[in-house]
Structures are given as C-alpha cells and as structure tokens.
Write a protein that binds this ligand. Structure first.
Ligand code: FES
Length: 246
C-alpha cells in the first residue's frame, strides 16, 4: 500500500506522518494492515497529543476502513486520549490495593494542588492528571506513573506533589524504576513501535524486594521452584528465536 487518497481532514497529518505510518503498515502481512490501527493511533498522538477527528480520518483513510470503526477502537482504550493532553500524564492508581494503601489520598491531594480533576490538564499545559485502574504494580502500592513509567512507588501525597512540582519546573526526575522520563509525545512514539534513541530511554534490572517478597517467604519455608533464580535480570528485549530454541 503506497498510494492513498486522503480526505481533506486527514491531509495535514498525512503530510507529517505518512512515512512512519507506512513503516508501521509494512510490519503486517498483506491484507491484514488494519491490525496496525493500535500503533497508528499512538503515532497520531505523537503529533496531536490526542486522537482528534482528523486523526481518526487519517487512520481510516490509510487503512481503508470507516471512521466509526476507528472511533470504536480509539474510545475503547484509555491510552488513546480524546482531548489534548499535557506534556506529562500523571496517573494515580486508585484501584483496590492502591486505594487501601492511600492511593485516593494521593489523587485527592494532587487534584487539589493542581486544580484539575480526572483527565484534565493544568493551565500551563504541563500536567494531565488521571485516575488509573490497576497499573500492575500492586506490590509497590500506591503507585504513580508518569507517561506510563513507574515514577513514584509507595507514593504519599507529599511525594506526589513534589513530583509534579519538579515536572512543572522543567526537571525530569529519575523514576523509582524503569527508564528516564520522557514527554508524553515521545512515549507515544515508543508505543507506536519505534526505538527511542535517547540515552537511558530503555532500562532493565532485577525485580525489586516487594515484587520478590512472596518468593523469599516461600524459600524461607522450604518451598522453591527448581532452577528458579530470583535475581534473574528482567531483559529489555525478547530472546531471539534461535536462542529460544537452544
Ligand atoms: S491496585 Fe494499584 S497497581 Fe494494582
């Protein structure tokens, strides 16, 4: 697919994004290009910070599907934003375990401090705040992420406010775990499946003590899995197929 007729609504984005969009499409087998919709929506967000009607038109024209089909996907997943977002998306988990451990207090303090509610952005355009469902890091509850990186573990209202103040000053604090903080648009580029060339953009390491607590307890009680080493590094990439077969 190299020649696409874009509608007037899609043309501005096509002028900027056609080349990487075609690169995304090329990852999929011929005739299955519509499966590229998820990374394409992230690509749209690298330009717009959200999925606008123009972004929907761009994806629909490119994939040869209708705008309702694109809209159905874009509105289903919370990582596709319907409104303009700030430079940093601060997500506070208020799901069950984080809530028990104080997540709601963290969210409430941030909302009051920033003067915004769920899915709203500060007037300076720096911070979008959101309630999040379980961020899959319950062992570090309550958890705060910035642009989907785990930034504050076992957060308190004070540590969360300190975080957003640093972000608003232009600092990019080192996260508790994971890679260096980037902007939300830079993160969208990664989510679209492109390598981030920044130094420290990808990080790895061993699992932390709270994550391994159950394993350690089991070991203390003589329950172990043969050959399991809790200090095994979490690798950045999947092993090559040839290595898996060895
Ligand atoms: S409940 Fe918050 S990370 Fe799971």
């Amino acid at each position: 697919m190299t020649t696409v007729e874009f509608s007037p609504a899609a043309e501005p984005l096509a002028a900027k994004l056609l080349e990487p969009a075609l690169e995304i499409l090329a990852r999929y087998p011929a005739g299955r290009e519509r499966s590229a919709l998820l990374p394409l929506l992230h690509l749209v967000q690298t330009e717009e910070g959200h999925v606008s009607p123009n972004g929907v038109a761009f994806c629909a024209d490119l994939l040869g599907i209708n705008k309702a089909q694109v809209g159905a996907v874009a509105t289903f997943y919370t990582m596709y934003k319907r409104r303009p977002t700030g430079e940093y998306l601060v997500s506070v988990c208020t799901n069950t375990l984080c809530n028990v451990m104080g997540g709601q207090e963290v969210y409430d303090q941030l909302a009051e401090h920033l003067g915004v509610g769920h899915d709203e952005t500060t007037a300076d355009g720096k911070i979008t705040l959101e309630h999040a469902e379980c961020l899959a890091a319950c062992d570090y509850a309550p958890v705060v992420t910035v642009n989907y990186d785990f930034t504050v573990d076992q957060a308190t209202p004070e540590s969360a406010v300190e975080l957003v103040e640093n972000l608003r000053k232009g600092d990019r604090p080192t996260p508790a775990r994971g890679a260096r903080i980037c902007s939300l648009r830079e993160m969208q580029y990664q989510l679209a499946g492109f390598a981030d060339p920044r130094e420290g953009a990808v990080a790895d390491g061993v699992a932390g003590a709270p994550t391994l607590r159950g394993v350690r307890l089991a070991q203390e009680h003589g329950v172990t899995v043969a050959g399991f080493d809790p200090d095994t590094p979490i690798t950045k990439t999947k092993p090559r197929v040839t290595e898996e077969k060895k």
